[in-house]
Design a protein around this ligand. Structure first.
Ligand SMILES: Cc1cc2nc3c(=O)[nH]c(=O)nc-3n(C[C@H](O)[C@H](O)[C@H](O)COP(=O)(O)OP(=O)(O)OC[C@H]3O[C@@H](n4cnc5c(N)ncnc54)[C@H](O)[C@@H]3O)c2cc1C
Length: 478
């Protein structure tokens, strides 16, 4: 290579599968040399283990989309497997590169530091950028410089920082490295479930990749986030953004979303404020994870370590398959299995049911969600499970126990959500849609339901379960 020619740079894609508002990409272009883009399949994708099956499906399609976008800009995407530091160092040696550009993934902050150190020892500079969250967790701190443990003061501090960075647009061209390089075949990674067509309904909800993310954003902006604040709790309606899987894979930046809501008319201000608050919850959860990397497998509040969980495999299976006899719970769990997604309100209801009615350890629920949600997130998932369980930093008190019947009647008053996901109840009278076990025989007959055959009887009595959970909680408090 002639001495005056800029060396090639490596652009390492990870939880930032986008070209828009990608600071690492931007900086790599600024460096002036040709760019080799790579996605590395690591033995352990982040500190909580490999991605779940639903996310593997998403990842496959997202990587295909990213590779197509890179090709349309004159470059390509390599797929390589192994420990990131070793793969990056080998690649750098192969192409004579001295610099790696990447965006931080806060769930693996300590690992990132090690990678930077390893590369440095081999005279390779690692340049890390921000973009996964609205703000770097180090930038939103209490007056004493500590991390926030309660959301409301965190939210106040975040708002005081003003607007997050202005997003930068995708480049129109990327300088290509023209010599051939070895890449694995994405299909050989077997990310897509082979034997069953389990994921066949996933595309009905969202389209993996950056274009899908931008389309979603355009949709919510077009409708001015209408009815977000008041309607976001109604699972039968489409009032939320469905941006979560796109955010989980970094197909869109939260700063891009935040700024897109800036131009909405004043009439949308309450909806915008509430929506931004939810985005900030994501930052908050990441702050907790950075502070406590064991968020997924240890109680934040160590007092819960002594909690007497039930070890009931049969009840867990009924919950996971959506056959508990409580329609709103079953609808949620079946929505999850079929579409890889579940509405937020229903996530709270099913999680409360597992932890409080069945008294099954929240970690088992967290793992099930991690395997089946396309938006499974290393921060949001455990933080929200711990929130529901009462063991978290800013948690709902354990003694607040959702009644699945009343929750259903309040948030799915017509039973439309239940009827969509539990079709065997489709003909049941609205009055009993959330309590089929109380319906008189002739009402059930009219709806073509025999309880215990067409639809299960409740696996537990909520009144009994509530008392049992409260007693266990009282024992914990001593
Ligand atoms: C038990 C449980 C587990 C959860 N697991 C996950 C998970 O693995 N991944 C995940 O992204 N969210 C998780 N959530 C939070 C929430 O349910 C989803 O973010 C939301 O349903 C996604 O739908 P949406 O994009 O339409 O949300 P919108 O209402 O449109 O919200 C916009 C964005 O804000 C963020 N957000 C919204 N609510 C929360 C919240 N409570 N905590 C953190 N961020 C939030 C998400 O990134 C979301 O995409 C969980 C909630 C519960 C109760």
């Amino acid at each position: 290579m002639p001495a005056d020619e800029p060396r090639p740079s490596i652009l390492w894609f990870r939880k930032d599968l986008r070209l828009d508002d990608n600071h690492a990409l931007h900086a790599a272009i600024e460096a002036g040399g040709p760019i080799v883009s790579v996605y590395i399949r690591e033995p352990v994708a982040h500190n909580i283990g490999p991605l779940g099956a639903a996310q593997n499906w998403w990842l496959h399609h997202s990587l295909e989309t990213l590779r197509n976008s890179l090709r349309s800009l004159g470059t390509d995407l390599l797929f390589l497997s192994g420990e990131a530091d070793r793969v990056l160092a080998d690649l750098a040696g192969q192409i004579g590169s001295r610099s790696v550009f990447f965006n931080r993934a806060y769930e693996r902050s300590s690992q990132d530091l090690e990678i930077v150190q390893t590369l440095k020892m081999q005279q390779i500079a690692a340049h890390a950028f921000h973009g996964q969250l609205l703000w770097d967790p180090q930038e939103i701190r209490t007056g004493t410089g500590a991390a926030f443990r309660v959301f409301t003061p965190f939210w106040n501090a975040l708002q005081k920082r003003g607007e997050p960075h202005d997003p930068i647009n995708a480049p129109s061209k990327i300088p290509a490295y023209t010599r051939p390089l070895r890449s694995e075949d994405l299909r050989s990674w077997n990310l897509i479930p082979r034997r069953s067509n389990w994921a066949s309904h996933f595309p009905a909800v969202s389209t993996p990749g950056e274009h899908g993310a931008q389309q979603r954003l355009a949709e919510i902006i077009d409708r001015n986030l209408q009815n977000y604040r008041d309607g976001r709790d109604l699972p039968a309606e489409e009032n939320t953004s469905h941006l979560s899987p796109h955010l989980a894979f970094g197909e869109i930046s939260p700063a891009r979303i935040w700024h897109a809501t800036r131009g909405l008319p004043h009439t949308a201000s309450a909806d915008v404020a509430h929506f931004r608050r939810e985005l900030a919850w994501r930052d908050f959860c990441y702050g907790l994870l950075v502070e406590f990397p064991h968020l997924h497998d240890r109680n934040w509040n160590g007092r819960f370590d002594a909690f007497q969980w039930e070890d009931d495999a049969q009840a867990f299976r009924a919950w996971a398959r959506g056959v508990t006899g409580y329609p709103i719970v079953d609808a949620g769990m079946r929505q999850l299995w079929r579409y890889g997604f579940m509405h937020n309100r229903v996530r709270m209801i099913v999680a409360s049911f597992l932890v409080k009615d069945l008294m099954i350890d929240w970690r088992k629920g967290e793992r099930w969600f991690r395997d089946t949600l396309v938006d499974a997130d290393p921060a949001n998932n455990p933080a929200n499970w711990q929130w529901v369980a009462g063991s978290g930093a800013d948690a709902s008190p354990f003694f607040r126990i959702f009644n699945p019947v009343l929750q259903g009647e309040k948030f799915d008053p017509e039973g439309d959500y239940v009827k969509t996901h539990v079709p065997e109840l489709a003909k049941l009278d609205r009055k009993f849609i959330h309590r089929p076990f109380e319906a008189p025989k002739q009402v059930l007959d009219r709806a073509g339901i025999e309880l215990g055959k067409d639809y299960p009887k409740p696996i537990v009595s909520h009144a009994f379960a509530r008392e049992r959970a409260l007693a266990a909680y009282r024992a914990l408090r001593g």
